[in-house]
Design a protein around this ligand. Structure first.
Ligand code: NAP
Length: 319
């Protein structure tokens, strides 16, 4: 039985715990929170064995095989490093950190302690997106010429949400554009030029418009927004021999290929909660005693953090 702790008992933790508990031979056995009483309630609700504070888990590391950290981004560095120092493998929610200084410190700690650390960027682990990575690397449709993508989602965040608050790492860049940046990084690596405009309110960005320029005049046009009537979340890749469209790219289970000669191909992938792949991948890494993910290495997480920091810098947002 693979034993998980969940740390940070906010909105996303509930979905994550339900998915993890649904995977055979896996159970979330410890609820870990800054509030002991919230941990107790959570433990009862999901029939867990332990309700702990962060410090209590760090003092009893052998009760679990890994911890999933879903605290506010502003808490990632402190919490993640505490668990790494205790020898517990950590799966850390996105955005990995608020800035490159924090990210470097977290990565250095993982390497120094020789403990597994991975960013919980589930979009990178999904079979549909691994398929995209593969066909683009194989140049099935020739070279990429350009891409355009949105992650605009105006739902789900009430006026008190973390996304509007600077002190907990708010803004559309760290909440939504992080997926666009990861996807672009998967396709093209690091851009040679980044151009950003956006809308700021109360020191965090509500929306960002990002252009990534690469060699050979390749351009990606990316948009994130926390204020949108509903959701716009498609990634379109334009290549020399055809176009590829990924609806809901961050949680993709369908890919539409439109070759310039030949028939449209619609490739469908298993329709299960995409968290399953990230959780199973991480457990496999722990079981095989790996210290880094071969799908999402820490160097990639750091490169994405550098880009997020540059985007925030151009918007005038400093964390
Ligand atoms: N992968 C994804 O699809 C996805 C989706 C959404 C969010 N996320 C990421 O997950 C992290 C957390 O996001 P979230 O949306 O879950 O944030 P949230 O609901 O605002 O919760 C954030 C933290 O607030 C603390 N908290 C304080 N008072 C609380 C209360 N009364 N009830 C519940 N929690 C309370 C919790 O930590 P304590 O229990 O320790 O106090 C919790 O971890 C962020 O890094 C975010 O970017 C990922």
């Amino acid at each position: 039985m693979f034993r998980w702790a969940v740390c940070g008992l906010g909105r996303i933790s509930h979905r994550w715990v339900k998915v993890a508990n649904g995977i055979p031979d896996m159970k979330v056995i410890a609820a870990v929170s800054s509030s002991k009483s919230r941990a107790e309630d959570y433990k009862k609700r999901y029939e867990m064995d332990y309700a702990l504070t962060y410090e209590e888990l760090a003092k009893t590391p052998s009760i679990v095989d890994a911890v999933y950290v879903a605290t506010n981004m502003s808490g990632h560095q402190k919490t993640v490093e505490m668990f790494l120092k205790a020898g517990i493998p950590v799966l850390c929610e996105k955005s990995f950190a608020l800035n490159t200084k924090q990210a470097k410190s977290m990565i250095d700690t993982a390497k120094r302690k020789n403990v597994l650390l991975m960013e919980a960027m589930w979009c990178r682990v999904l079979p549909a997106n691994r398929y995209i990575d593969q066909i683009m690397k194989e140049k099935k449709y020739g070279n990429i010429i350009s891409a355009s993508a949105d992650f605009k989602a105006g739902w789900g965040h009430g006026p008190k949400s973390r996304v509007w608050k600077k002190d907990v790492g708010g803004g559309s860049v760290l909440d939504l554009a992080v997926y666009l940046v990861h996807y672009s990084q998967m396709l093209m690596g690091k851009p040679k030029r980044v151009i950003v405009t956006g809308k700021i309110k109360n020191e965090v960005d509500i929306s960002s418009d990002i252009i990534f320029e690469y060699n050979n005049n390749v351009k990606f046009d990316l948009h994130s927004s926390l204020q949108f009537p509903w959701i716009s979340d498609t990634f379109k890749i334009y290549c020399e021999k055809g176009n590829v469209i990924i609806p809901s790219f961050y949680g993709a289970n369908k890919v539409i290929e439109k070759p310039f000669s030949g028939k449209k191909i619609i490739k469908k992938f298993e329709k299960i909660d995409g968290f399953t792949y990230e959780i199973a991948h991480f457990a496999e890494l722990v079981r095989s005693k790996k210290k880094e993910s071969y799908i999402l290495p820490l160097s990639v997480t750091y490169e994405v953090m550098e880009l997020l920091e540059e985007i925030n810098h151009q918007l005038g947002v400093t964390f």
